[in-house]
Design a binder for this molecule. Structure first.
Ligand code: ADP
Length: 452
């Protein structure tokens, strides 16, 4: 007999919160068919009407802020305070796109013949499959669904099975706001089968995916048969550079804030911390000062597999010569089996797995460098290209480095780089296309040229 239910686990207690229906290909196909059937009525609404519904959705999300944060915390493990920050961030996309949709203009131009005109128009692309991960269970959803709905596209959402409850609440509020059920479908359970229904259906015109490189490449390959548009956000291995003239306390503080975001389980997390060799010891001292009093509250890792993977990579690094420079204490009230006490590791080199791979845990991996030319080569020496961070007091030389590294999002003296108004996305294996801002909205359109 096929599986009927699956459990959602609270990483803080390692206990199941509830059981949900295990849906698959059939349910996904039904959602796709319904979405396609209603596409023309949703896209024909005046933008103002869709904007009103999305604004109502935003108001409901704001009213349920606390409840949403508690759900996020329960199923993802992040502390409620941090989850509140994520919910505000998630809601900001809904507000932004309810407004941005009213500011779209096309363009037209005179033809070389006096009696003819050229016109470029943007039309909603059609049914969108949105597949989201567990690390930001609210924000990864709204940054896809809000622009898609605003543009006039129906969406079938497949949230992560680790964190479907936030998605269910966000979906419920969208329907309450007036989004038709057919226009926003939600399906979870058998990821492979739901994914297969989405990529194989010619009715689905676009996939917006955030997750691993492996699944992203698989979706891309499978989308080839129907030539679907893809927006992919596939992770990163962010270099974080501390130049010799950097304000070390500021760098230590911002790097700690960046690293502790979701306990290091973010694709933008500073992964390879390159410190100029002349300030290496001073910087390590500043970083230890910054994190030693446990003022940063972090949650456990998402599950046992993540904990085992992290333990293994640390063990492997140590057996290859890495040194633990500092380790935070486990807070007394922390009982989760998947909690990982933050760690500063030194004596590393670029060939170690911990430097080559995205670590997704609260480990500060410290490397040193001598000069900018060497630094640029080493920073670019990765298959990824999502976020990078540069700490320096000299803006001009920092901008030169920013122009020479292959990353889609660069923070100078800052590690909080995500917001509703600006673009987010990566180079190379970090993905395709952009989310956020106006470009994030325009991804959900197909362009048409008319001559008349
Ligand atoms: P992570 O390792 O961060 O969980 P994944 O890429 O495995 O990253 O998961 C991101 C999202 O992709 C989740 O919603 C997951 O269920 C979904 N997913 C995983 N495998 C597939 C697949 N074969 N087809 C479609 N979606 C998938």
């Amino acid at each position: 007999m096929s599986k009927k239910f699956f459990s959602v686990i609270n990483p803080n207690t390692n206990i199941a919160i509830c059981q949900l229906d295990y849906m698959g290909h059939e349910e996904a196909s039904q959602a796709i068919n319904a979405a396609e059937r209603e596409f023309s009525s949703w896209k024909s609404l005046p933008p103002q009407a869709r904007a009103d519904i999305i604004e109502t959705w935003y108001n409901l999300l704001k009213q349920h802020r606390q409840e949403l944060a508690e759900i996020v915390s329960k199923e993802s493990g992040k502390p409620v305070k941090e989850a509140l920050g994520e919910v505000d961030y998630a809601n900001s996309f809904v507000k932004y796109y309810s407004q941005e949709i009213l500011r779209l203009f096309g363009d037209s131009s005179p033809h070389y013949r006096k009696d003819q005109w050229f016109m470029n128009i943007a039309e909603p692309i059609g049914v969108v499959g949105a597949i989201t991960p567990w690390n930001f269970p609210a924000a990864m959803i709204t940054k896809k669904i809000a622009p898609a709905l605003a543009a006039g596209c129906p969406v079938v959402l497949k949230p992560s099975e680790e964190t479907p409850l936030t998605a269910i609440k966000i979906h419920e509020l969208a329907l309450e706001a007036g989004v038709p059920r057919e226009i926003f479908g939600i399906i979870y359970g058998d990821a492979k089968e739901i994914g297969r229904a989405l990529v194989e259906s010619p009715k689905v015109k676009m996939i917006s995916f955030t997750g691993s490189v492996g699944v992203g490449k698989y979706l891309m390959e499978k989308s080839a048969s129907t030539v679907k548009k893809l927006v992919l956000e596939l992770g990163g291995n962010a270099p974080c550079v501390v130049m010799k003239d950097a304000d070390l306390n500021l760098a230590a503080e911002r790097i700690a804030v960046g690293k502790f975001r979701n306990a290091g389980q973010a694709c933008t997390s500073p992964n390879r911390i390159f410190v100029h060799e002349t300030i290496l010891e001073k910087f390590i001292e500043s970083l230890i000062n910054e994190i030693s009093d446990n003022k940063y509250e972090i949650g456990p890792l998402i599950n046992q597999a993540a904990k085992d993977k992290t333990d293994k990579i640390v063990e492997e690094s140590i057996s290859n010569g890495a040194k633990i420079l500092f380790r935070c204490k486990v807070p007394k009230n922390q009982k989760s089996k998947t909690y990982f006490a933050p760690l500063i590791l030194g004596n590393l080199n670029d060939d170690m797995r911990i430097i080559k791979e995205e670590v997704f845990s609260p480990i500060f991996s410290i490397l040193s460098f001598k000069d900018n030319e060497e630094l640029i080569k080493r920073a670019n020496n990765t298959e990824y290209g999502l976020a990078a961070y540069l700490f320096s007091a000299d803006l001009k030389s920092t901008l030169k480095i920013a122009n020479s590294i292959n990353f889609g999002v660069i923070g100078i003296n800052e590690t909080m780089v995500g917001n509703d108004q600006t673009i987010h996305g990566g180079f190379n294996n970090s993905g395709l296309g952009r989310e956020g801002g106006k470009p994030g909205l325009m991804e959900y359109y197909e362009n048409k040229f008319i001559i008349f």
